[in-house]
Design a protein around this ligand. Structure first.
Ligand SMILES: Nc1ncnc2c1ncn2[C@@H]1O[C@H](COP(=O)(O)OP(=O)(O)OP(=O)(O)O)[C@@H](O)[C@H]1O
Length: 463
């Protein structure tokens, strides 16, 4: 076994020397780690940054089988499946996270190996510190940097939220449950001039009707049975800062009148009290309900709606911004991984596709909970379709067309490959069916129309 490895290195040496020069020119000075593995799984090249990151030497790794030297699932899977992969690896000793991207390369149709690039990710703390130091270089306020997502839908929400943070105007945030309305509200507060004053959250749907008034405005001692001592309400607690009225659509109509009064007159009385208490509070409200419909049904006051809706912000649901799902997944995989001491995992391509076809009714909250569960339960480092709950994995079966699921070439049911002629026949037939003419098929397949016609005759594909 050992000898055969040495033989390989000796016979292949010219090829490798040639590559080394090129690799050195390309990757020698790069700060990212670069690793090249050939089709037999032998380490072909590792740049100085890779050696530094993982504390390994060129001598110890070059020409060795990756199966004996590196326990790197992403690289191993990419090599095995001959597929490009993306993911993260953790370096526990350095407590550093690296984004790994593998690219499979071919010479003509011959598989030659893979190239993996390891890019160190800034920890969020570093990013935050840097951005505060050099605020001008930042396109967005650091308070919003916690809001993960690159889709134009979430960026639009952030753009308006940033504007809102520069004013003291009332904000009404709408969006499905779990989309991040609370996160946006807090970011507005953190980015505002009152960032060092209180941010007080009230979930109007969670507080029983008979307690809501005292919760919001406080009460005087003895004002009702059980009011043993004076209580300061949320509006008073938030004075100088922001009160976040979550689920405002569930607020009873008589309480809506009282909130309206605070907005208009900037004062209120505690329950059972006569003294008017002045309060200077910024109000941010949120709802997953359609307030216009509630108004039509007489369940929400129109005057309050217009008072709240000075700056409306719509937070898109996850199904409206599917491109953010993978970023959010890896964000939570890293975050939760750190908390529970588990290395982040990688998503199999089928899982990525299932995530994209699922509707996520619970939005980011649902995604976050799922990631937490998977990080705790799944032992292997690549999450597969079979690890997902059935309601998500079945969307893959139902929604992803069979053709899209397959790689270009698959094994037959008996585990063997078909002959070249069988592949050729199949691809010529598919191309003729799809493009309808020798010319059309030839153009896509990179052949002449004569060749396509000859092969079509050979395989009896035409009359
Ligand atoms: N853009 C985001 N990036 C990262 N995490 C997010 C983002 N938006 C929301 N989250 C996370 O998703 C979860 C739900 O967010 P949040 O409570 O703000 O949603 P919500 O819309 O206010 O929900 P509800 O309507 O049920 O109150 C939280 O754990 C939050 O940290």
């Amino acid at each position: 076994m050992r000898n055969s490895k040495v033989t390989f290195i000796n016979t292949d040496i010219k090829f490798k020397e040639f590559n080394k020069q090129i690799y050195d020119q390309l990757f020698g000075k790069m700060s990212d780690g670069v690793l090249v593995i050939n089709s037999s799984g032998l380490v072909e090249y590792l740049n100085p940054s890779y050696q530094k990151i993982f504390g390994v030497s060129d001598f110890a790794m070059k020409g060795r089988s990756i199966y004996n030297t590196i326990n790197d699932d992403i690289v191993l899977t990419s090599l095995k499946n001959k597929k490009n992969l993306k993911g993260y690896v953790y370096h526990p000793e350095k407590n550093r996270k690296y984004r790994v991207i593998t690219s499979v390369f071919f010479e003509e149709t011959l598989f030659k190996g893979i190239l993996a690039i390891y890019h160190e990710e800034d920890s969020f703390e570093t990013f935050y510190r840097k951005s505060i130091k050099d605020n001008k270089s930042l396109k967005i306020n650091p308070a919003f940097a916690y809001i993960i997502g690159n889709s134009k839908e979430i960026k639009e929400a952030i753009r308006i939220a940033e504007k809102a943070a520069k004013t003291n105007a009332t904000v009404l945030i709408s969006g499905e449950t779990g989309t991040g309305k609370g996160v946006i509200a807090e970011a507005i507060h953190k980015a505002s001039q009152q960032w060092d004053k209180p941010f007080v959250k009230v979930n109007c749907a969670a507080i029983p009707y008979n307690l809501l008034e005292s919760e919001l405005f406080g009460h005087e001692q003895g004002s009702f049975t059980g009011a043993i001592k004076k209580k300061i309400g949320k509006f008073e607690q938030a004075n100088g800062g922001t009160i976040f009225l979550d689920e405002i659509g569930d607020m009873p109509i008589d309480m809506q009148v009282k909130v309206l009064r605070v907005i208009q007159e900037k004062e209120f009385e505690r329950v059972g009290g006569n003294e008017s208490i002045k309060c200077d509070v910024r109000i941010i409200a949120a709802t997953h309900r359609n307030l216009k419909e509630l108004m039509e049904q007489g369940l929400f006051r129109e005057d309050l709606y217009y008072r709240l809706n000075v700056i409306p912000i719509y937070v898109p649901s996850l199904k409206e911004r599917k491109e953010d799902i993978i970023d959010l997944t890896y964000h939570y995989m890293n975050k939760i991984g750190k908390e529970i001491g588990v290395l982040p995992k990688t998503l199999d391509r089928e899982v990525e596709m299932a995530f994209a076809s699922y509707d996520w009714p619970g939005n980011i909250r649902e995604l976050k909970n799922l990631i937490e569960r998977l990080m705790l339960i799944v032992d292997h480092s690549i999450i597969r379709l079979s690890d997902l709950p059935p309601e998500i994995s079945k969307t893959y079966e139902l929604n992803i067309p069979k053709l899209e699921r397959k790689s270009l070439i698959n094994f037959n049911l008996d585990g063997n490959l078909a002959s070249m002629e069988e592949y050729e026949k199949e691809i010529i037939k598919l191309a003729l069916d799809k493009y309808g003419s020798f010319n059309g098929a030839a153009k896509v397949l990179g052949l002449t129309h004569k060749t396509v016609a000859a092969k079509a005759r050979k395989y009896n594909l035409i009359d």
